[in-house]
Design a protein around this ligand. Sequence first.
Ligand SMILES: [Zn+2]
Length: 94
Amino acid sequence: MSVDMNVAEEIAFQGIEKQAETQIPEMDAKDRCDACGSRSYVAVILKESPKENKRLDFCKHHWERHESALLDRIVDIRDERSKLDAPKESTVHA
Ligand SMILES: [Zn+2]
């Protein structure tokens, strides 16, 4: 019974995520800023050469520091900084 509810919630959540038009998979705690090792909230694909693209991950701080320098080389971006502001997911069953 409660299992069905959880599945429904998961499907709804994935549906929202799929709206993002990016090839970069959703990020989680394993994704780390290439500059400082903090959890990354922005991932970009940089065009390094006609044949090779390179992914870089940034925490909020380092992304904002490097954004202007990288913008013209970015071919794909996933920006999850909204997660920083969003309230923690909590199941309130009080
Ligand atoms: Zn960083």
